[in-house]
Design a protein around this ligand. Structure first.
Ligand code: ZN
Length: 250
């Protein structure tokens, strides 16, 4: 292990040990490469998960969205999720705010996870609020003539939509309020594997920074907050978090 990495892990562990309310923020895919996140934030998901396409060409929307949602639903927790989950369950981290839609943080920890985009594991009917698991939606699409899943409640038949937010619509208000509240009241804010390029989440680190709360950034992508951070560990989360756990969790 290079000295700078060992030193970063040691310093982060020390800051976490001294913190009473640490909040972690993660990007769209913890432990993923920069390239993966760049794709996710760019045209692939942007096109596949567009509100406009859902409204204008629903058949095309579902043909694009479903395979990507299914892929995300098949992902399993990584060593980085498990390490963060152990810090969370040990009370060393108070809450996790995530841009990920794969629901893996909630699988890795019983603590508070704020999914600002919700997740891709379900769809819902906006008319009667019924919720459908992704596997049910898959079946409804296969059985429909136009590739659009519809509510199966008697007399409803309204077209379904993903439960999570789509590109082109605002994030879930309750999640955003909670994320801003956590960022304002923490005593240490740790950003992990997020490029911080998607608004409004790209603005979230300014909340602790303006309050004088220390911010640590872990990840290989440079961000526009690096210069303001107390510490930047420019290494992938899977190289950093397990080492922190080894120092802090018995
Ligand atoms: Zn319905």
């Amino acid at each position: 292990m290079p000295d700078d990495l060992a030193d970063g892990i040691q310093r982060l562990a020390g800051m976490l040990a001294a913190s009473e309310r640490c909040v972690a923020m993660t990007g769209v895919r913890l432990g993923a490469t920069e390239e993966t996140e760049a794709r996710a934030a760019g045209s692939a998901w942007g096109e596949a998960a567009s509100l406009e396409v859902l409204l204008i060409e629903p058949g095309r929307f579902w043909a694009n969205w479903l395979p990507r949602a299914v892929e995300a639903s098949w992902r399993t927790v990584t060593p980085a999720h498990l390490a963060l989950g152990r810090l969370h369950d040990a009370g060393i981290i108070t809450a996790v705010i995530t841009q990920a839609v794969d629901h893996l943080h909630a699988q890795a920890s019983g603590g508070e996870v704020v999914e600002v985009h919700a997740n891709v594991l379900s769809c819902r009917c906006e008319r009667c609020d019924d919720v459908y698991a992704l596997s049910e939606v898959q079946g409804l699409i296969e059985d429909s003539a136009d590739g659009v899943p519809r509510c199966t409640r008697e007399g409803c038949c309204y077209p379904l939509r993903p439960t999570g937010t789509l590109w082109g619509e605002p994030l879930i208000e309750a999640a955003i309020i909670r994320a801003w509240d956590l960022a304002a009241t923490c005593d240490l804010f740790v950003i992990i594997d997020s490029q911080l390029r998607t608004d409004p989440m790209a603005m979230l680190p300014s909340v602790p920074l303006q309050a004088g709360i220390p911010v640590v950034i872990v990840g290989t992508t440079r961000t526009h907050y690096d210069r303001y951070a107390t510490m930047v560990i420019p290494r992938p989360a899977p190289e950093v978090l397990p080492g922190v756990v080894d120092l802090l969790v018995p």
